[in-house]
Design a protein around this ligand. Structure first.
Ligand SMILES: C[S@@+](CC[C@H](N)C(=O)[O-])C[C@H]1O[C@@H](n2cnc3c(N)ncnc32)[C@H](O)[C@@H]1O
Length: 244
């Protein structure tokens, strides 16, 4: 499975730029040595298709997809929720990692984005594992919570949508994930801006969502219902294991 080095040499210049690693060379080394050579051909196809999309900054980078895949296998995840699908890189990583009879409840306000990646997901033979729900995730989660059977029934929840609602998502998904199960919050280091001084020249959207990320991080650190681990993978992932 040799990597196509020329094609994959974009490093921080392509959509894998989200890595917080300071060295482009080191990040490129990780991609070329460990990530791209082992990337499933459908994930590669999805990644390359997404690179051409104008909103490609939103995509989950390949090293993070690889991490999620291994994590899901380690915890034997079978039933998961994905909040924020876009073209489906993390969704496809999940669908390929869980067993044949596994299920992912995937939510996004945009079916259009999901449908960009759907032909590749279908070709990979894993569409049957995905239950896509179009719409804002909060009411969808509230609907799930009305049925007692859903509570404590999910092995893994990946949260990667509107950052201003992360705490609202936490209040809901903590009840949906099983005790011992995991929640992953993406972008919890927010491009490193969590440590930026108040007068730092940040882009408007970075500045806008930064406060929500800071609030979430503080809340998670104080929440005795979970144990947490902040990982500097991608744009920062906080893993939360439900304790009670
Ligand atoms: C960062 S992208 C997700 C990236 C994706 N996980 C991947 O692997 O490429 C965020 C997605 O959240 C969706 N989104 C934004 N607000 C939302 C909401 N309130 N409910 C559900 N999805 C939302 C956007 O349409 C967008 O596709």
């Amino acid at each position: 499975m040799a990597a196509n080095n020329e094609q994959n040499k974009l490093g921080h210049k392509d959509l894998a730029h989200k890595s917080l690693l300071q060295s482009d060379e080191l990040f490129q080394y990780i991609l070329e040595t460990s990530v791209f050579p082992r990337e499933h051909k459908s994930l590669k196809e999805l990644r390359e298709m997404t690179e051409k999309h104008p909103r490609n900054l939103m995509a989950t980078p390949a090293d993070e997809g690889q991490f999620l895949s291994l994590l899901l296998k380690l915890i034997n995840a079978k039933k998961t929720i994905e909040i924020g699908v876009y073209t489906g890189y993390s969704l496809l990583s999940t669908a390929l990692a869980i067993p044949h009879d596994g299920k992912i409840l995937a939510m996004d306000v945009s079916r259009e984005y999901y449908e960009l990646g759907l032909p590749i997901i279908q070709k990979a033979g894993v569409e049957h594992k995905i239950d896509f729900r179009e719409g804002p995730a909060l009411p969808l989660l509230d609907e799930l919570l009305k049925d007692e059977k859903n509570k404590g029934s999910f092995d893994f929840v990946f949260v990667d949508a509107d950052k201003n609602n992360y705490l609202n998502y936490h209040h809901r998904v903590i009840e949906l994930v099983k005790v011992g199960g995991l929640i992953g919050y993406d972008n919890t280091l927010w491009g490193g801006s969590v440590v930026a001084p108040p007068d730092a020249p940040l882009m408007d959207y970075v500045k806008h969502y930064r406060g929500y990320i800071l609030e979430l991080n503080k809340y998670l650190a104080d929440d005795s219902r979970i144990e947490i681990c902040q990982l500097p993978v991608g744009d920062g992932i906080t893993l939360c294991r439900r304790l009670v």
